[in-house]
Design a protein around this ligand. Structure first.
Ligand code: PEP
Ligand code: MG
Length: 605
């Protein structure tokens, strides 16, 4: 028998979808994102006693977190709103919940998560039968406390405290709120049971060069924190309990990663547009969400920040960031961007995004109270963010600051937001607070925004084309669901025609468009975008050099002809095949076979 890398457990292999290349070896750090299924585990008598201790620790930890949140809520939204957390704190002392869960663990010999689920389900049934409306509605408090307890039990604590130098994060689903908490210098790889190419975890992992695999089904359930693990993200392969020979094989390929959160001025590339062989200039900007990505902005020569995903601030601040915290964060983005300017996207909460208060998790979040809808519904949150943007815009006169409204689906969204922007600007002026000029744009990410692009273009200063969501909503394919990854087709003719229509509307009305979805960061797709007439691309900073290189070696006229051919295709297969052929024949030195869309096998679709 071959020697084992870590313990006597048998080597097990999983196959998933690699979304950020690279090899890694290390130890599993399991994290739990709270929302998904809870499994039952059977324990011995001694184990049950240990489990009760673990449960008590989780209750105490949850209590501490709730106290922090209550204090913060009291400070920021007023004591009358903070009382809700008192109810949650009381529940953590309630014997019908905590005592009953302990009894269940002891009597039934189950894990704490299962006991919490069973006990709270019983409580919820009891609440549902109560006649009094007020009391019946308290069931949402029970659900909220349950979710918090399950999250703590799942090891959210260990996310901050348990990271070792060789942690491989294993999760059911990597939510942006968990990602934002990670110290990337200590993360070797990210693996999740669910997810897709354009999930935010995947986008960030690619940007930082951390290997990542999604769609690994039940790895989370089968692994334990501390297990030895090896990862080949290019092949989408995960090996749990690798044999020594396997471990050595992976280690030999694992690069020595030097990662720092410190901005490096030296070695920065000049921030200038890319230029095609026939002289067409294409602006290349940076998408950023976390500080860890800032150093790449200068290093890779981005022309400012084309998209700042502000919702990540919610995770970092454990809820709504204050006006001063936001002003400071946006002023930092302004400084980072320099003369080319920065575009702050208003909170794009909901969907798979960060920070939504747990009570507001919805059944169908992608179609729910997301993005600008959330902002308009929570007007105080919106007004605070707008004030912070206006104040940040005044910090560096030479740096233009823009605001972009996420997931606009109706012109009324724009009108309501613009009215609030004007009112807040007026209020700041009356209060003699310095306030900068701000341009306002709309994210074009849903079919209704595309179909009304001409009218929308008359109401905004610019468009930001979010191709990640555009593909999701045009094709009705959940971008974070690996089960439907084969249907997520960026070159689908319906997607290309939507992009073409939007770019044309913007041209007719003389407003700029920045394309800021993941499509812009892949040279083959960026080629198609240039061909469709895009002249401004924003992407994860580390992608800029390869896109710049591609642009410098093609001519825009050929790209235009090929994009036109794509627009005439009937199917995504045809468009992909066309791109494979044209690019590999025309520019074999620029487009290796693996950089082109892979042919989909007939049995997959
Ligand atoms: C997009 O949808 O393409 C986009 C840029 O925004 P996000 O990926 O944050 O949804
Ligand atoms: Mg989007």
């Amino acid at each position: 028998m071959e020697a084992q890398g870590s313990s006597a457990k048998a080597e097990e292999r999983w196959q998933g979808l690699g979304v950020s290349d690279g090899f890694a070896t290390g130890q599993v750090l399991r994290i739990h994102t709270g929302a998904r299924s809870v499994y039952r585990a059977t324990l011995t008598k001694e184990e049950s006693e240990e489990e009760i201790n673990r449960f008590r620790e989780a209750v105490e930890e949850t209590r501490k977190r709730l106290l922090e949140i209550r204090e913060r809520a009291g400070r920021e939204i007023g004591a009358e709103q903070a009382y809700i957390f008192d109810a949650h704190l009381l529940m953590l002392e309630d014997r019908s919940l905590v005592g009953a869960a302990e009894n269940y663990i002891r009597q039934e010999g189950t894990n704490a998560e299962w006991a919490v689920r069973v006990v709270t389900d019983r409580l919820l049934i009891a609440y549902a039968q109560i006649k009094d409306d007020y009391l019946r509605e308290r069931s949402s408090d029970v659900e909220d406390v349950t979710r918090r307890l399950l999250t703590t039990l799942g090891g959210e604590r260990s996310l901050k405290q348990g990271l070792t130098e060789d942690s491989v994060i294993v999760a059911e689903e990597l939510l942006p709120s968990s990602i934002a908490e990670l110290d990337f210098a200590r993360v070797r790889a990210l693996i999740s049971d669910a997810g897709g190419w354009t999930s935010h975890a995947a986008i960030i992992a690619r940007g930082l060069g951390i290997p990542a695999i999604v769609g690994v089904r039940d790895l989370h359930r089968r692994s334990r924190t501390g297990d030895s693990i090896a990862v080949d993200a290019k092949k989408g392969e995960v090996v749990l309990h690798p044999l020594t020979v396997t471990l050595n094989e992976f280690k030999a390929k694992e690069p020595h990663r030097v990662f720092s959160n410190v901005a490096v001025e030296a070695g920065a590339t000049e921030a200038k547009p890319a230029r095609t062989l026939d002289g067409v200039e294409i602006a290349l900007r940076a998408n950023v969400e976390l500080r860890a990505e800032y150093e790449g902005v200068r290093r890779y020569g981005a022309q400012g920040i084309g998209l700042y995903r502000s919702e990540f601030l919610w995770s970092l601040h454990n809820g709504i960031p204050s006006e001063d915290e936001q002003t400071e964060a946006y002023a930092e983005v302004v400084r980072l961007a320099g003369g080319d300017g920065a575009t702050i996207r208003l909170f794009d909460l909901g969907g798979d995004k960060a920070g939504l208060p747990e009570a507001e998790v919805e059944r169908n979040p992608a179609l729910g109270l997301r993005a600008i809808r959330f902002c308009l519904q929570h007007e105080e949150v919106l007004r605070r963010q707008i004030r912070a943007c206006l104040r940040a815009a005044a910090t560096e006169k030479s740096v233009p600051l823009k605001i972009v409204l996420p997931m606009v689906s109706d012109i009324t969204d724009v009108r309501r937001a613009r009215r609030i922007i004007a009112e807040e600007c007026e209020r700041l002026k009356i209060a003699e607070t310095k306030c900068g000029e701000i341009k306002t744009g709309a994210m074009i990410e849903v079919p209704s925004a595309v179909f009304t692009a001409h009218a929308l273009a008359r109401e905004v200063d610019f468009f930001s084309l979010g191709t990640n969501d555009l593909v999701q909503y045009i094709l009705a394919v959940d971008r974070g669901n690996d089960n439907v990854a084969a249907w997520f087709r960026t070159l689908h003719p319906a997607v290309l025609r939507s992009i073409d229509y939007t770019l044309t509307a913007a041209r007719v009305h003389s407003i700029p468009v920045v394309v800021c979805g993941e499509m812009a960061s892949s040279p083959a797709y960026a080629f198609v975008l240039v061909g469709l007439g895009a002249r401004d691309l924003s992407m994860t900073p580390s992608a800029i050099p390869r896109v710049r290189h591609m642009i410098a070696n093609i001519d825009a006229e050929s790209a235009r002809r090929i994009a036109e051919e794509c627009l005439r295709c009937d199917t995504a297969d045809d468009a992909e095949e066309l791109i494979r052929q044209r690019l590999s024949e025309g520019w074999p030195h620029l487009f290796s076979p693996e950089s082109l869309p892979t042919p989909k096998s007939a049995d997959k679709i």
